[in-house]
Design a binder for this molecule. Structure first.
Ligand code: ADP
Length: 487
């Protein structure tokens, strides 16, 4: 990997605390999921370093908060420029540790960077309010102030973007941050932190703690139980979200949780078939199906079902499975052996309950130990595991439905409420269904909804809080009401 980087110093293997690169007493390894090859070792930090990072963020806060939004924006804009300038190297590091095809990794650098740009601008528009007074001798004013030291715990599926969309609004609002990136993908986080340092981020404003799975739990305790940390933003599984929320109860910390999904993707008889097939491909097989907004359940209306599955399976069969660094690869490996085992169990369960494999259906050991063939399953039913749980892999179960009421009820019959999608050309149906779906996001005649300018997030047990958009920065400010008397 080092030899392929234009700027080898971006491959940072130390953590960042108070502007210092820290070796740590113990180390843990980062592997390439496509090959199992060891890429690097990074510090395996714990309680002491977490406390040091929190203290550094606390000490750095007054000066960072005191800067004008425009001054903070200047640092963020430089960081954005550096992220874009080093797209090639960042994408290489990202693909090496995460597995997604290089073209997708480059896309993620652009997408991840766009949050830095967006929030650099939004930081200048944290408007308060003056409220018309009902008492001639008083005036009512509302201020918005940075919440303080923030913690971010992030997943491996978007090693850059999941960090920037938490960190950029926090920094822009005048907060300081401690990040604990996923154990599978710390190298992208450290490269981004290196570029933040080059952009002129003051010491302690942005801290990165690396840790393996066990030490991540330890650090999680410290971040959640700290009185100094005022806000925790987490993206990951619903199960871990519940643990963190419980751990934050003691300090009543403000939380933003972006948790699991179980996205329905509905195709009505009146849909544009070609567009629906393309949308399903984009939504399902991106990142080998490892995103919380990937279509998990495809519901296709009876009148168009046969035509859809035929076209869809034929297209999926042409997807090129391969290591992300290999030119032409469209679907990469799964992140680890456990992820592969889950995908295998979902397919085996579906087949045992009567699903028909139209394409794929097997691990692709000839490509690598963690690859699974892009798969389409017809005749899926509500009894199958894949209809209740997020598969997080390249498997599309296709269910047949008859009526609009039936499919809306099926789509909503999950504890999750993150993304949903449907295809229809009937404007009345578009509004009816969009309003009836119990999800934080609805893609209508599109399989891709995420972009920096919109409020991304879920309802029900997919969590709360929004990332991106005008709303994303609100998570990081507190309201303060001033009442001026004796006027
Ligand atoms: P995924 O299903 O995406 O692997 P997880 O929820 O397991 O998601 O992990 C997401 C992030 O949460 C990672 O950074 C991981 O290290 C961290 N994490 C997992 N369990 C805990 C825990 N008990 N306390 C704190 N952090 C945790």
């Amino acid at each position: 990997l080092l030899s392929r980087l234009q700027d080898p110093s971006l491959l940072r293997t130390q953590a960042l605390i108070n502007g210092e690169w820290v070796e740590g007493a113990a180390r843990f390894g980062v592997d390439d999921p496509a090959t199992g090859e060891a890429l690097a070792e990074v510090p395996n930090l714990g309680r002491l370093e977490a406390e040091a990072a929190i203290a550094a963020a606390q000490n750095a806060w007054p000066a960072w908060r005191a800067k004008t939004a425009k001054e903070r924006a200047a640092v963020l804009q430089r960081w954005h420029q550096l992220l874009l300038k080093h797209t090639d190297d960042l994408a290489l590091i990202l693909t090496a540790e995460q597995g997604k095809p290089l073209a997708e990794a480059r896309g993620e650098v652009g997408y991840g960077g766009s949050f830095v740009e967006w929030f650099a601008e939004e930081g200048k528009r944290i408007y308060g309010e003056t409220i018309p007074s009902t008492d001639p001798g008083k005036r009512y004013i509302v201020l918005k102030q940075p919440i303080g030291v923030c913690a971010a715990i992030t997943p491996w599926n978007f090693p850059l973007a999941m960090i920037t969309r938490k960190v950029a609004p926090a920094l822009a609002a005048g907060c300081t941050v401690v990040i604990k990136p996923a154990e599978a993908t710390p190298l992208t986080a450290l490269a981004a932190a290196e570029l933040a340092q080059r952009a002129g981020m003051p010491a302690g404003v942005l801290n990165v703690l690396t840790a393996d799975a066990a030490q991540s739990i330890e650090i999680g305790h410290v971040l959640c139980e700290s009185d100094v940390v005022r806000h925790l933003s987490f993206t990951g599984s619903t199960e871990v979200g519940r643990i963190l929320m419980r751990q934050c109860a003691g300090t009543l910390k403000k939380l933003s949780l972006e948790l699991g999904g179980n996205a329905p993707f509905i195709v009505f008889d009146d849909a544009d078939l070609e567009a629906a097939v393309s949308g399903a491909m984009a939504s399902k097989y991106r990142n080998a199906g490892q995103t919380c907004v990937c279509a998990n359940r495809l519901y296709v209306q009876a009148g168009i079902y046969d035509a859809f599955v035929e076209k869809f399976a034929a297209k999926v069969a042409t997807l090129k499975l391969g290591p992300g660094l290999e030119p032409g690869s469209q679907v990469g490996p799964l992140i680890d052996a456990q992820a592969l085992a889950k995908v295998e169990s979902h397919v085996a369960d579906a087949v045992a309950l009567g699903a028909k494999v139209l394409t794929g259906g097997e691990p692709a050991a000839e490509v690598g130990p963690q690859f699974f063939q892009p798969t389409v399953l017809a005749n899926a039913t509500a009894q199958m595991l894949c209809s209740r749980e997020e598969t997080f892999g390249p498997v599309a179960p296709v269910f047949k439905f008859q009526t609009e009421d039936e499919v809306v009820a099926l789509a909503n019959s999950t504890e999750f409420g993150l993304a949903s999608y449907f295809y229809s050309r009937d404007i009345a149906r578009v509004f009816r269904v969009a309003e009836a779906l119990e999800f934080g996001m609805v893609g209508i005649n599109t399989g891709l909804v995420a972009t920096a300018e919109v409020p991304f997030g879920g309802i029900k047990q997919s969590g709360f809080g929004r990332e991106g958009g005008r709303q994303g920065i609100e998570e990081y400010v507190e309201l303060k009401y001033l009442c001026l008397g004796e006027l």
